[in-house]
Write a new protein. Structure first.
Length: 277
């Protein structure tokens, strides 16, 4: 096979750039349209825009159903982040630092929910709670979100823990430090970047979950994503666009702010070390 000429290579590169640009436009155009239309002064949620206004954000802040859904999503996401991080640290330590019978099976089960489609998990858990005559509740909803977020937390913390050399822990243990103190003073500080990332990841996964929440939420209870779906059944109004914009800000802004905070803390730590030297 002959190598492509310079001309065909340039055209191939240009075609690749054009296709990439079209894919990005296809992905982000709806997000941009949602944000822009949320500031539309018109009561109709579409183009053309008649003027710039924050009226629909004011209406949204006065919508008690939306505020209730926000509080529900917030506390579930916070609880999910806390529980999955604690369980993920313990599970990752066991899977990376220790050997025990059935370790491979446990590792597979820990990440299995990430490989199964959310709809299948949602239906499966719903069928199970119906089989045992267990009504849907906040606890079931929380446990479902923990089930979805835990595999990602385990994977993130495991990846960090594998990169931490055991010589640091062994040196502390050889000097007589208890295992608890060794973990608290040496292992945990080295794990903190992964722990911080896991908290943000679990919070985002829970707060933004739609598919599984539809199956697990109690009757009459809405989370932010399901509230948006229920509002869309009536009409696509600028209020829905405003709510979608807030969801975009929360789910995208929190990881970005977390990454910025981690970078700033790392810079401060480096400066302190240099000043100490």
């Amino acid at each position: 096979m002959n190598a492509p000429s310079d001309g065909s290579g340039r055209w191939g590169w240009r075609l690749t750039c054009v296709m990439t640009l079209l894919v990005y436009i296809f992905m982000f155009a709806p997000i941009v349209a949602t944000v822009v239309l949320s500031f539309n002064a018109s009561m109709f949620g579409g183009f053309p825009i008649t003027g710039f206004s924050l009226h629909w954000y004011e209406v949204l802040m006065q919508n008690e159903n939306v505020l209730t859904a926000f509080r529900t999503s917030l506390w579930i996401a916070l609880a999910t982040a806390a529980v999955t991080t604690l369980v993920g640290i313990g599970a990752s330590l066991a899977l990376v630092r220790f050997e025990f019978p059935g370790k491979s099976a446990v590792n597979t089960l820990a990440i299995l929910p990430a490989l199964v489609p959310e709809t299948i998990l949602g239906v499966g858990l719903l069928v199970m709670i119906k089989a045992i005559d267990q009504p849907r509740s906040y606890l079931i909803l929380l446990l479902g979100h923990i089930l979805l977020a835990l595999p990602f937390v385990v994977l993130v913390i495991q990846a960090r823990l594998i990169g931490i050399r055991r010589v640091y822990e062994e040196a502390a243990l050889s000097l007589g430090a208890p295992r608890g103190s060794t973990f608290r003073e040496i292992t945990l500080p080295l794990l903190m970047p992964a722990v911080f990332a896991s908290v943000l990841l679990a919070f985002t996964i829970s707060f933004d979950n739609t598919t599984a929440s539809l199956f697990w939420r109690p009757a009459g209870v809405e989370t932010m994503p399901t509230q948006i779906l229920s509002m869309l059944k009536v009409s696509i109004s600028p209020e829905v666009n405003a709510l979608g914009t807030l969801m975009i800000v929360i789910t995208v802004g929190i990881p970005l702010l977390g990454g910025l905070a981690a970078k700033l803390l790392s810079g401060l730590k480096t400066q302190k070390q240099q000043m100490g030297d």
